[in-house]
Design a protein around this ligand. Structure first.
Ligand SMILES: Nc1ncnc2c1ncn2[C@@H]1O[C@H](COP(=O)(O)OP(=O)(O)O)[C@@H](O)[C@H]1O
Ligand SMILES: [Mg+2]
Length: 260
């Protein structure tokens, strides 16, 4: 029954794009945010949904953690930040009975959450999924049935191993992965401009080849971007000409190409 509601809910959205990762901390939320704003800057109507119940950090990244979304006729109205509609499961947890956020009910809570948000018409809905390959990630994927997905990894062996599991999960669920993004790939030396490859090299590309998906490229480790994110500021909007932001603009171009 809820699946029917989800379907109806998503019918006004042209493209659902989910962002997945094998584990937390690799930059899934950073990628979700900066891609969303990159798409919005190109004139698309974008919604950004934080369905990561394990660590809903979008409110902090966007500086909206103290805002409370309105609920009208049992529908959750997304907040709006710089033209992007945003909702996070983290903005709602405090108002519900805590029991629902435990154990198997967590998957149910995610489905409920997805079916309750009033998005209106959107070109893209970017979804920051729960990390890993556990129940929550699987249920969310099954219910949401995203048209396309992106896998975020770092070049570290462990992260790549987990990303491989996430790719296998997508394959099993028949969700189309359009590509792998390697985040925090390298640090650009501020003095000589050379790439410092902190965690090694080539892992993301190898992974993409192994699964026959596109390698969407490397996002550098960007100190300014990290500082901005901590303050709820959005790098692709505030410093559009950095290597970091340009990479997101390239990736969003590619996404637009792929879905159209
Ligand atoms: N390319 C990057 N450059 C600098 N800092 C980054 C980058 N990607 C992510 N971070 C930082 O790493 C931390 C984890 O990123 P986050 O997007 O929250 O990961 P996840 O959502 O996968 O748990 C955050 O502090 C974020 O600002
Ligand atoms: Mg996150």
């Amino acid at each position: 029954m809820e699946e029917g509601r989800v379907k109806e809910r998503l019918s006004s959205i042209s493209h659902v794009l989910s962002v997945i990762s094998g584990k937390g901390g690799v930059g899934k939320s950073t990628v979700s945010v900066n891609l969303s704003y990159s798409l919005a800057k190109k004139g698309f109507k974008v919604g950004l949904m934080d369905a990561d119940i394990t660590g809903p950090n979008l409110p902090k990244l966007l500086g909206i953690e103290n805002l409370e979304p309105e609920v009208i006729e049992k529908e959750i109205i997304p907040l709006e930040r710089e033209g992007v509609k945003v909702i996070s499961i983290g903005l709602l947890t405090h108002r519900d009975s805590p029991i629902i956020w435990r154990g198997p009910l967590r998957s149910k809570a995610i489905i409920q959450f997805i079916s309750d948000v009033r998005w209106g018409k959107l070109d893209f809905l970017v979804v920051d999924l729960p990390p890993g390959t556990g129940d929550e990630a699987i249920t969310t994927m099954q219910v949401l049935k995203p048209e396309v997905s992106l896998v975020v990894t770092t070049p570290q062996d462990l992260s790549l191993l987990d990303a491989r599991k996430a790719l296998n999960m997508s394959k099993y669920l028949k969700i189309k992965v359009i590509g792998v993004i390697e985040n925090m790939s390298f640090l650009r030396c501020p003095n000589c401009g050379e790439r410092i490859e902190i965690f090694g090299k080539g892992g993301g590309m190898k992974l993409a080849k192994e699964f026959g998906v596109e390698y969407l490229g490397e996002v550098p480790f960007d100190l300014e971007a990290r500082k901005m994110s901590d303050l709820g500021r959005i790098p692709v909007l505030e410093s559009p000409n950095t290597e970091f932001s340009e990479k997101f603009n390239q990736i969003s171009d590619r996404i637009i190409q792929i879905v159209s």
